[in-house]
Design a protein around this ligand. Structure first.
Ligand code: PLP
Length: 439
């Protein structure tokens, strides 16, 4: 077998887990096994993924919203193959037709007057640049972020992260970051002043536990910024690209930020690409500093070609509209589930195909992941809020997949309630890779 082929079978799965534990992260293997998530991805297609041992899962994690067009969408794969015949990363210092075309498309899709783009490779990089741009263009130091917000693990992004456990081992981080409770317009107004460079928010907190702010919150943020000349940054890395039933979640309230970040699904499950999109006014800062932020692989020619195909698929297949329609079905089913199991489910929430299920106890998160995995559903509790199971399938799902998911959730809640748990989670204990003949 070539090292590039997808391995198959339980032996290969065990070997991959053992090697992962040895050479990457043993504790991750243990945690994933306990939650029934020691899955080694094999084939992937549309809303589905197969473990290398042949088990099929409806992927409701989707790398936190990275597979909006599904896994390996045929049109995106075809565009990638065609691009490979002609392109490579490109020379980052030169001007690129692919970057220009993608930035033009993003200007068409982005709300309001967001028409200028700088590309990166991942979400954290896009956030880092957004915050640099805010400080650079306002000449002010302070960044206001939200408690339990999540913006990535790079330098500025981690500094804006609202979870102490991720931050504390690395203190001191960047200075002058302040945190306010998410969803509280008064708290925001009280802290934003003429030292504020920017307020940064997720329009719906993702890792924080799929928290939809009250109506009017984004407007309050806009007004607080406008009152003192601060910039408003919306992190749409998880909420964007159609996930909530609009291209961008901020469009539900019709509020336009000065800077918006996207990543994840922009790459159509095949390329690492992110974008920081901003107004011409904000771009003024870059006129005297055209080389102040560089990224060798940010918006590579290959990635731009793949992203262009991804945008085309979202549009041609009506995936934004499908997210809205399937979201209605999903949320109706989740509400029924909560009503049927009030002792276990405290609340369901979200928008479109970004849904959260809040349990009464944190410990239900891993136990539900385990039960769902036994029923062919891959779902993981939120990074910053273990009591919330997030449900974020790809936007290509139809009614059958939503119904399968709802049935699996109902069965899993019953199993957890009856005390079933990952008791046999250790039976798939990883073994060392068997010796193989080299070819
Ligand atoms: C809202 C949000 N911002 C930023 C990031 C960081 O993105 P990346 O992991 O690509 O750096 C994430 C990742 O989950 C995210 O959900």
């Amino acid at each position: 077998m070539s090292d590039l082929a997808i391995p198959e079978g339980p032996e290969e799965r065990a070997a991959a887990l053992a090697d992962f534990a040895t050479y990457l992260n043993p504790q991750k293997v243990r945690v994933m096994r306990t939650a029934g998530l020691d899955i080694v991805e094999g084939e992937r297609s549309g809303p589905w993924v197969w473990d290398v041992d042949g088990r099929r899962f409806l992927d409701c994690f989707t790398s936190a919203g990275s597979f909006n067009v599904g896994r390996r969408h045929p049109a995106v794969v075809a565009a990638a193959k065609e691009a490979l015949d002609h392109l490579d990363h490109g020379n980052f210092l030169l001007c690129s037709a692919q970057k220009a075309r993608l930035a033009e498309r993003l200007a068409e899709i982005a709300p309001g007057n967001l028409s200028c783009t700088t590309f990166g490779t991942g979400g954290g990089e896009a956030i880092d640049f957004a915050l640099k741009l805010a400080r650079g263009s306002t000449g002010r130091p302070t960044i206001v972020s939200t408690v339990n917000g999540y913006h990535g693990h790079t330098g500025f992004a981690l500094s804006a992260g609202g979870r102490d456990a991720f931050r504390e081992p690395f203190e001191p981080l960047m200075p002058d970051f302040r945190f306010v409770p998410f969803g509280d317009g008064d708290a925001l107004r009280a802290v934003v002043d003429n030292t504020t460079a920017a307020v940064i928010l997720e329009p719906i907190q993702g890792e924080g536990g799929i928290v939809v702010p009250p109506d009017g919150y984004l407007t309050a943020a806009r007004e607080a910024c406008d009152a003192v000349g601060a910039l408003l940054i919306f992190d749409e890395i998880q909420t964007g690209m159609g996930r909530t039933g609009k291209w961008f979640a901020s469009q539900h309230e019709g509020v336009v930020p000065d800077i918006m970040t996207i990543a994840k699904s922009l790459g159509g499950s095949l390329a690492a690409i992110s974008a920081t999109i901003y107004t011409e006014e904000v771009r003024e800062f870059l006129i005297p500093h055209p080389f102040i932020h560089l990224s060798t692989f940010g918006g590579s020619d290959l990635a731009c070609a793949i992203a262009l195909a991804t945008l085309e698929v979202i549009e041609a297949e009506g995936l934004v509209e499908n997210a809205a329609a399937m979201g209605v079905r999903l949320h109706a089913g989740l509400a029924e589930l909560a009503a049927a199991h009030p002792d276990m489910i405290a609340e369901t929430r979200g928008r479109g195909l970004m849904a959260g299920l809040k349990y009464r106890e944190d410990s239900h998160g891993p136990r539900m992941s385990y039960q769902l995995s036994q029923r062919g559903v891959l779902a993981i509790y939120s990074g910053n809020e273990p009591s919330v199971m997030r449900v974020m399938p790809s936007l290509v799902v139809g009614p059958d997949e939503i119904d399968l998911l709802l049935t699996a959730l109902d069965d899993s809640v019953r199993a957890v309630r009856s005390g079933d748990g990952p008791a046999d989670a250790g039976t798939t204990r990883a073994r060392r890779r068997p010796e193989r003949a080299t070819t």
